[in-house]
Design a protein around this ligand. Sequence first.
Ligand code: GRF
Length: 216
Amino acid sequence: MAKLRVAVLISGGGSNLQALLDMCTAEGSPAEIVRVISNVPDAYGLERAKEAGVSTTVINHKDYDGRESFEEALHQVLDSERVQLVCLAGFMRLLTDTFVQKWKDRLINIHPALLPSFKGLHTHERAIEEGVKFHGATVHFVRPAMDEGPIIVQACVPVLPNDTPEELGKRVLAQEHKIYPLALKLIAERKVRVSGEKVVYNGVDNLMNSAINPEG
Ligand code: GRF
């Protein structure tokens, strides 16, 4: 089967991008990252892509009048690469409903919380503030409403007494680096489908173990 052609959109450090690059450059990977696009010209993630030999494009939102023209530029690049799946990895721009609808079920995001809890920003601070005992990360298909959409994979971590947002964030990020490549692999292997706004797996055994167990 041909490799799934993937674009990754970033705005920052790109540690999740790195996890996806590592998965895609491993032998026998079912997916290939064909382009990394950043809206921030000096995002460190661009260096990671170059290091991995992946083409990069900067589309600086400040150079555009509005979201529509910014997304038009985005589309041109995605179309030129015949991209089949777009991964948002720390991409800090809201996308229009039109863009999201056009890429329905072909656009995924990682969010640093157990959705549907803690949508939006500052998730680790808010988890500590609420006193939840478990927190985590979610990879999901994107829908027009922010941080909503069918859940593909989640991983949870304990919230420990006296955790700071930074410590908790590190624990969550380590799990993000496991579940984002896992979700991409499942999609690329055609093992994921959306039915009634829920993700259904085909031919997947022991997924929760592989996602949650750090040794798994
Ligand atoms: C991650 O926590 C991700 O969940 C969130 O933004 C952060 C990006 O980190 N959407 P990085 O750029 O992948 O290191």
